[in-house]
Design a protein around this ligand. Structure first.
Ligand SMILES: *Cc1c(COP(=O)(O)O)cnc(C)c1O
Length: 383
């Protein structure tokens, strides 16, 4: 029976435990597995290579993304590390100009040491991707909506270029999750997630994922996952399965709240700019509508000059100043000094990450309380 996405969240992957009837996949908290004779295992050897709890989660995430092969990692960056390890000396990646700060950091400060090169483009303008192509380019790496300006890139259009030029298209789908966007169905080759965010959803577990359709690519990635070893632990795999069950109801509320807050901010008179692809006035609105089932729940904005952003952060009462996003609680951050501090100021300013920019991860509290909190904090920050 082919399931719709809300049912898949609950019954996808491996549903419960065959042996005992437990409705949840057990936590196989073991590092190794008994072999019945030389060369005779029962499908499991050692938990870095494979663990039944992790495997259930990997299968679930692969199904949600409508891919074939899923791999779970100890963090989003462990997933990114493994994907970047597909490349070698002299290979070049085209990356979007507002990718996650940590992705930029591992590329710039770790992988360039091994001779991997990159070129930065505004991927929302596909002509910039075409211009950056050459024989050394092996992959195009995008996030959409991207961090922190919520810039939308047309996945299908980029996939067409990637296919034609025989490059891999890698999409970090953390901000929308497969509940709202499935890049593999739009032509991407590799999907990456920080499961720490919406997939887990409760700000209690760090994890990462890679999903692909192609078997040969999957084999190379499994080899790297096992060789590098940044795998997700059994208990954390269990927590991720548990979190994913409520992804649909959470995302629906996240998006409804974000839509309401973005609308309120726009007409509040408090801000000079709101970035949210769910607003008709947003540059990414049309593409976002075409390729995803919703605009997500990340909003960035710049306070009007009358207000001091440092004071604003101090005056918030229920919205918490913290790194991360995608949890049930609303979080706010200051990209210039927090998530994107690893990006040199010069590049940051060039791509429009102003020092005054505020990023809001809208939680699933009552939207009216969130608006009330924003309002009182902004009013109290009047210069
Ligand atoms: C958080 C994040 C990452 C890194 O994931 P970790 O789980 O923190 O290692 C990568 N990409 C995006 C878009 C993120 O938000």
């Amino acid at each position: 029976m082919s399931l719709h996405k809300n049912s898949l969240l609950i019954h996808g992957g491996i549903d419960g435990d065959e042996k005992t009837g437990a409705v949840n996949v057990p936590v196989y908290q073991t590092s190794t597995f008994k072999q019945d004779g030389l060369g005779k295992d029962r499908g499991w050897e050692y938990s870095r290579t494979g663990n039944p709890t992790r495997a259930a989660l990997e299968k679930l995430v692969a199904e949600l993304e409508q891919g074939k092969y899923g791999l779970a990692f100890a963090s989003g960056l462990a997933a990114i590390d493994t994907v970047l390890s597909l490349f070698g000396r002299g290979d070049k990646l085209i990356i979007s100009d507002n990718i996650y700060g940590g992705t930029f950091r591992i590329l710039e400060q770790v992988f360039t040491r091994f001779g991997i090169e990159y070129v930065i483009v505004d991927s929302s303008d596909t002509s910039q991707i075409v211009d950056a192509l050459d024989d050394t380019v092996k992959a195009i790496y995008i996030e959409t909506p991207a961090n922190p300006l919520l810039t939308v890139t047309d996945i299908e259009a980029v996939a067409e270029i990637a296919k034609r030029e025989n490059k891999l298209l890698i999409v970090d789908n953390t901000f929308l999750t497969p509940y709202l966007q499935r890049p593999l169905t739009l032509g991407a080759d590799i999907v990456i997630h920080s499961g720490t965010k919406y997939l887990g959803g409760h700000s209690d577990t760090v994890s990462g994922f890679v999903v692909v359709k192609d078997e040969e690519l999957a084999q190379r990635l499994y080899f790297l996952q096992n060789s590098i070893g940044g795998v997700l632990a059994p208990w954390d795999s269990f927590l991720m399965i548990r979190g994913i069950k409520t992804l649909g109801v959470r995302m629906d509320r996240h998006v409804a709240n974000a839509q309401k807050i973005a609308g309120w901010l726009t007409q509040s008179g408090f801000v000079s700019k709101v970035y949210y692809p769910g607003l008709e006035s947003d540059a990414g609105y049309e593409v976002q509508k075409k390729q995803a089932d919703g605009p997500g729940a990340m909003i960035s904005f710049v306070l009007d000059q009358k207000y001091d952003y440092r004071t604003f952060f101090k005056k918030l009462k229920i919205i918490t100043l913290a790194e991360s996003l995608g949890g049930v609680e609303s979080l706010v951050c200051h990209p210039a000094t927090m998530t994107h501090a690893a990006i040199p100021a010069e590049i940051r300013h060039k791509v429009g990450i102003a020092d005054e920019l505020i990023r809001l991860s809208v939680g699933i509290e009552d939207a009216d309380d969130l608006i009330e909190d924003l309002k009182q904090a902004i009013e109290a920050s009047k210069k």
